[in-house]
Design a protein around this ligand. Sequence first.
Ligand code: UD1
Ligand code: MG
Length: 451
Amino acid sequence: MSRAAIILAAGKGTRMKSSTPKVLHKVGGRPMMAWTTDLAKQLGCEKTIIVVGPQFEDVHQAAVSLVGEENVCVQETQSGTATAVQAAVPALKGFKGEAIVLYADTPLIPTDVAQGAFTAIDEGASISVLGFEADNPGGYGRLILADDGGLDRIVEAKDASPEEYAVRLCNSGVMAAPWPLMEELLGEVKNDNAKGEYYLTDLVGLARGRSLKAAAVPCNEDDVLGVNSRVQLAEAETVFQQRARIRFMEEGVGMIDPETVYFSWDTQIGNDVFVEPNVVFGPGVKIASNVTIKAFCHFEGAVVAEGAVLGPYARLRPGADIGEDVRIGNFVEVKNTKMDKGAKANHLAYLGDGSVGENANIGAGTIFCNYDGFFKHKTEIGKNAFVGSNSSIVAPVKVGDDAMVGSGSVVTKDVESGDLALARGQQVSKSGWSAKFREVMSKRKADSKKK
Ligand code: UD1
Ligand code: MG
């Protein structure tokens, strides 16, 4: 049976108290709406519709980039989740398969859990809802079961009687049904409730009124955590990080203190990588096997090859391309720079917009001066080159293979292969000057005390 997903993203998200629309807030470095769109893809949906509000241009743009203009529908007035799904009707014209409704503020649903909603339909239910037992059901809709164990109806917290309010089985918001049935029932939803809204949740009672079977499919609260506030966003982040840590350890990544290591949705790490405490993997990081990452490192947009040793306190920024067995030590920042096999920058350096050849050694305090205030320029360091400590390499400039740069140099011209470049004030030594100076000054001080 073909499948479609309808992702609801038209809510105002006022409880976030943010100028960024709720569904664009990130979990694991990825906007919540993109998590939900990815879930629809994992579920094999051939069509994914995102319903957006008319007032958020940036949500609209993000939705278009995720699913294409033709699959973005606008809910003109935010009068409830049922009207939101109704906004998708024109885009799903003629669709005869199964539909699943997903909320763009519920980012962490595992694929197999959402799959449960379709399985219930395949096993004979006309409509299915994922439900969870909440410790604190609060504002969630309550799933009221029928005597036969099936689902009888959903009651929103604000409309619940005291007995219904006491029920702990809650609506996750994930609902599946054949689309023709869902479309038909949507037309029957009324707004005679506490909020005066058109509730999607009413579809269950409407289906039961036609003697159709409804199913509540159990899942864990963590899997369907809905984000309405900053506190819940942080809770979702915690769940994501905890899952990522466990997954990486299961895949062969070692960690001393996993709770202090933070990942992004797209982090890739090979086996036998060892990660010390307090390391942050921002988006776009790919680490090969057998890499050692010492404490307090921060990475984003970086690729690291096998055998490299990074940190402590290393910073890799976008475009850092770290070759095999490279060493990047403490307080070294690398941006848009390729380091070839065996190259070393062990202490205190900024390597931006450059390349460093095989086995080259970058001394402590080296700076690639890449920016003239207007444009960025490239620094090229050849293989086996040796750059002495505290050197400024003023780009655009090249240091050839096997060349050396004397410590403290300001290099502004290319250095030929095999040469030594010295670009610093020359040392002058004055014989006996220090001894004489001390003698004169000591006498002067003693004389001044006598007076
Ligand atoms: C909703 C459910 C509740 C469930 C809870 C799970 C209804 C009536 N209630 O409540 O049973 O327990 O989710 O998290 O469905 N949206 C629109 N247009 C609207 C209103 C909302 O697109 O007019 C979107 C929001 O962007 C959001 C989703 O629908 O992605 C849910 O809306 P929200 O206001 O968060 O509903 P809850 O009060 O959480
Ligand atoms: Mg919600």
